[in-house]
Design a protein around this ligand. Structure first.
Ligand code: C2E
Ligand code: MG
Ligand code: MG
Ligand code: MG
Length: 277
C-alpha cells in the first residue's frame, strides 16, 4: 500500500511544506546577507514622563532596509532569526548600534542622561557569551551602564529559569536595568516579578489601547501599576495614542509612557529634525 499514489490532499500538503521550507531558507539567507551588507537599522521611539511629556529615554527598534522590499518590520524576520540562532549576531549588532548612537540621542534631550532600551530575545538570554558581549560593547563605546535598559519578556524565565536568573543577575551587577516587556500578555507569573531583578514593568499596548473603552482593561492596568509600585518598580505604558489615555494613566500614577501620542519610532537623523525632542 506504500506505493499508492498520493491523494490530492497529501500532494498539496507536501507541496505546501516544501514551499514553506524554501521560503524559510531564502529568508535565512536574506538575513545573513543583510548582516553582512549592513542592511539593518535602528529606529528610536521616545519614552516620556507621563506628567510633563519630557523625553526620559528611547527604545531602539530594529528594521530591515531591504534592497527591493523597502523597510521590513521586525515581526516579519525576527521569528526566523530566533529559530536559526541568527538573532545572536543581530542582537549584538543592535546593542552595539544603540550604544554607538547614545551620545547623539543624549544631545537631543533636555534630560541630561536619557536611558536607552534594547530588546533582548530569549535565545540571546541563554547565550553563554551574552554577559561578556554586553561588557565588551559597553567598554568599547563608553556607554554608562546605568543608562542602559534591557527589555525581556517572560518566555525565557519560563523556559530556562536557572540560566535566566544567573544571566540576569550578572547583567544587573554590570549596572544595567531590566524591564519586563509586554506585561499582561504572557504568563504574568507573580513569582517572576519577585525572583528576578526587574526594575521596570512595561504594560502591553493591548491593555492600554482598550483602557478607556473596557472597564476590565482599565482594572488590569490599575492593578499592574499598583503591583509594580508595591514591588519597587516603575512603569512604562506602551501604545499611548491619545491625550485622554495619557491623562488617565497620569491619574493612576504611571511614571512613563511610550506611543504615537509622544512620537513614533524614527531613524536617528529624523529624530534630529523633530522639534520638541
Ligand atoms: P516591543 O518591544 O513591545 O516594542 C513596541 C512595539 O510597539 C514597536 O513595534 C512599536 O513601534 C509599537 N508601538 C509603539 N507605540 C505604539 C502606538 O502608539 N501604537 C501602535 N499601534 N504601535 C506602537 P515594532 O517596532 O514593530 O516592534 C515589534 C517587536 O519586535 C517589539 O515589540 C520587540 O518585541 C521586537 N523587536 C524590535 N526590535 C528588536 C530588537 O532589536 N531585538 C529583539 N530581540 N526584538 C526586537
Ligand atoms: Mg520592547
Ligand atoms: Mg513592548
Ligand atoms: Mg508590545
Amino acid at each position: 500500500e506504500d506505493k499508492s499514489p498520493l491523494t490530492d490532499h497529501q500532494a498539496h500538503q507536501r507541496k505546501a511544506l516544501k514551499g514553506e521550507a524554501t521560503q524559510k531558507l531564502s529568508l535565512a539567507h536574506g538575513i545573513t546577507r543583510a548582516l553582512k551588507n549592513d542592511e539593518f537599522e535602528l529606529h528610536y521611539q521616545p519614552i516620556c514622563n507621563i506628567s510633563d511629556g519630557c523625553v526620559a529615554g528611547f527604545e531602539a527598534l530594529v528594521r530591515w532596509r531591504h534592497p527591493t522590499d523597502g523597510l521590513v518590520p521586525p515581526m516579519d524576520f525576527l521569528w526566523l532569526a530566533e529559530q536559526t540562532g541568527l538573532i545572536r549576531e543581530l542582537g549584538l549588532w543592535t546593542l552595539e548600534r544603540a550604544c554607538r548612537d547614545w551620545p547623539n540621542l543624549r544631545q537631543l534631550t533636555n534630560h541630561e542622561t536619557p536611558f536607552i532600551s534594547v530588546n533582548l530575545s530569549a535565545t540571546q538570554l541563554t547565550s553563554k557569551t551574552l554577559v561578556n558581549d554586553v561588557k565588551a560593547v559597553i567598554a568599547r563605546y563608553g556607554m554608562p551602564t546605568t543608562q542602559l535598559k534591557l527589555e525581556l519578556t517572560e518566555t525565557v524565565m519560563i523556559e530556562h529559569p536557572e540560566v535566566a536568573q544567573e544571566i540576569l543577575s550578572s547583567l544587573v551587577e554590570l549596572g544595567s536595568n531590566l524591564a519586563l516587556d509586554d506585561y499582561g500578555t504572557g504568563y504574568s507569573g507573580l513569582d517572576h516579578l519577585q525572583r528576578y531583578p526587574i526594575g521596570t514593568l512595561k504594560i502591553d499596548r493591548a491593555f492600554i489601547s482598550r483602557m478607556l473603552e473596557s472597564e476590565q482593561s482599565q482594572e488590569i492596568v490599575r492593578s499592574s501599576i499598583a503591583l509594580a509600585h508595591s514591588l519597587g518598580m516603575n512603569v512604562v505604558a506602551e501604545g499611548i495614542e491619545t491625550r485622554a489615555v495619557r491623562d488617565a494613566l497620569s491619574n493612576m500614577g504611571c511614571e512613563f509612557g511610550q506611543g504615537w501620542h509622544f512620537g513614533k519610532p524614527v531613524a536617528l537623523q529624523d529624530l534630529v529634525l523633530l522639534c520638541g525632542v
